[in-house]
Design a protein around this ligand. Structure first.
Ligand code: AHR
Length: 515
């Protein structure tokens, strides 16, 4: 391939990454909670049943905020079932994933787990089967200091201090017919507004995300955001986006190119939110919460891996095994998020453990990292700072993305995809410039030259690559380190320029010290 060139300038920034951009998601689904975070009796579990081997991997992964308890699950959840003495908690039929929910783990256990992990909690309220009243009562239970029935109930449950949860989601995927209590945009816009008002009257310091479309391929996408924000604009800070990228077609080049639809989706939602603002002559800017994103397809449409017969407790569901190609796509998604740091202020990789997750466990056995663990960990550890606007001169290719909706086969022509997808982040606190670079060519090495302006000094500190001649290689309990990053050699810094040679189909992280 011909040389690919990139120019960045210290003063030309897109925006600063928010701490909450590096979040993940925990749902009562399959073995995410039970057998994932929580497994009393496991050799590594502490007195509260929290698996310490999982916690160690979570710390290494580095999520900063965790969305809980769903997902589709939240739309049928009674939060009251999951608090108080465990022996009094009801077992319930859980309709989203056709399981039995024991409620052994609930809001307080989740907060306790987050505190131990040093992660901010993000709670979703049920606006499917329940009303705004249940939502404002949960805010009072969690965040009010005391001297009211609900806050005293929390204290009686052993939580003297308020949880202080700041970030709340107003339901989940309310546009989806699969959702319990799904709604039209008008219905949801009204109920979200009423819930938002009351939740903020209880605690004015909270921030709220309204549900956007559950995917860009939804028939109501666009209209949904517009109508919902017409109702809720004055009461929310965020609108949500969800994206799961697939490779159903087995076309890896298109799979890698399809990441660019995430950029387009973000731009479209920003445009709609700003159009609502313009109609009101408002200077307020609604920010984006990309609170579900990942690669997901192998376990998505197969009925037996979505639900199992007999209402089991914590059955293995959606246990997607991720390969190198998936990890590359996930790296591309990380770059899309970084390059929209001005408007995407929160994001949650869906999910954290076992269920479409970077971390896998065996019940009563070990825990290990999946291939997608790596790009996310790089994002979280090295993505803090100001994202610089990169001018990229790269050859491009064309592809078509197959993104089915229900029984319908949808094909989306993709924009011409540059072989190089890249984000550059300057962290002035630690004097580092990090380049995240994806070479999407499946066959050709990429000679890369990056001109870095506005810095007086430049020295290569660390360079990593995720590259494997077998794009289908995976990690497993037997081979937990089959897929892992290696050193990227030959990266040079000279006179304000960085040069490197990127392997075909590779995810690369180059960190330079700058002054
Ligand atoms: O993350 C799995 C599911 O995907 C979530 O429950 C739902 O919100 C989405 O459709």
């Amino acid at each position: 391939m011909r040389e690919v060139s990139v120019d960045v300038h210290r003063e030309a920034a897109i925006g600063a990454t928010d701490r909450r951009l590096f979040g993940a998601f925990v749902e009562h689904l399959g073995r995410c909670v039970y057998g994932g975070l929580y497994e009393p009796g496991h050799p590594s579990a502490d007195a509260r049943g929290f698996r310490q081997d999982v916690l160690a991997l979570v710390r290494e992964l580095g999520p900063t905020i965790l969305r809980y308890p769903g997902g589709n699950f939240v739309s049928g959840y009674n939060w009251e079932d999951g608090v108080g003495p465990v022996t009094d908690r009801p077992r319930r039929l859980e309709l989203a994933w056709r399981s039995t929910e024991t409620n052994e783990f609930g809001t307080n256990e989740f907060i306790g787990w987050c505190r131990q992990a040093g992660i901010e909690p993000m709670l979703a309220v049920n606006l499917g089967t329940r009303s705004p009243d249940a939502a404002r009562r949960l805010v009072e239970y969690c965040n009010h200091p005391g001297a009211t029935a609900l806050s005293e109930l929390r204290r009686a449950h052993g939580w003297e201090q308020p949880h202080g949860v700041k970030f709340w989601c107003l339901g989940n995927e309310m546009d989806g017919p699969w959702q319990m209590g799904s709604k039209t945009a008008q219905e949801y816009g009204r109920i979200a507004t009423e819930a938002a008002k009351m939740m903020k009257w209880v605690d004015p310091s909270i921030e709220l995300a309204a549900c956007g479309s559950s995917g860009r391929n939804m028939p109501t996408f666009g209209t949904w955001e517009d109508v919902v924000l017409e109702h809720a604009f004055d009461h929310v800070e965020y609108i949500s986006l969800h994206t799961y990228i697939n490779n159903y077609a087995g076309d890896t080049a298109a799979f890698l190119a399809s990441v660019d639809l995430m950029d387009r989706f973000i731009d479209e939602v920003v445009a709609i939110a700003d159009a609502v603002a313009a109609r009101r002559r408002s200077a307020k800017r609604i920010m984006l919460s990309f609170d579900e994103w990942n690669v997901w397809y192998r376990t998505r449409r197969t009925p037996e891996v979505r639900v199992q017969p007999g209402w089991p407790v914590a059955p293995p569901l959606l246990e997607e095994i991720y390969n190198v190609a998936d990890a590359l796509v996930l790296g591309g998604m990380c770059i899309s998020l970084l390059n929209h740091a001005d408007r995407v202020k929160a994001a949650c990789l869906a999910q954290l453990v076992n269920v479409i997750a970077p971390i896998m466990t065996q019940t009563a056995g070990p825990a290990w990292r999946q291939a997608i663990f790596w790009p996310f960990a790089h994002l979280s550890h090295f993505g803090r700072g100001r994202v610089l606007r990169a001018r990229i001169d790269s050859p491009t290719y064309s592809a078509t993305y197959f993104d089915p909706r229900g029984a319908q086969d949808l094909y989306f022509p993709l924009p011409q995809a540059p072989y190089l997808k890249l984000a550059a982040v300057h962290d002035s606190d630690c004097g580092a410039l990090t380049l995240f670079a994806l070479n999407r060519s499946l066959t050709e090495e990429m000679p890369l030259r990056v001109t870095v302006d506005g810095f007086s000094d430049l020295a290569v500190d660390q360079a990593l690559q995720l590259h494997d001649t077998d794009l289908e290689a995976v990690n497993s309990s037997q081979q937990p380190d089959r897929v892992r990053p290696s050193a990227l050699s030959g990266v040079r810094a000279e006179g304000g320029r960085l040069s490197a040679n990127l392997m075909p189909a590779s995810w690369n992280v180059i960190r330079a010290r700058v002054a």
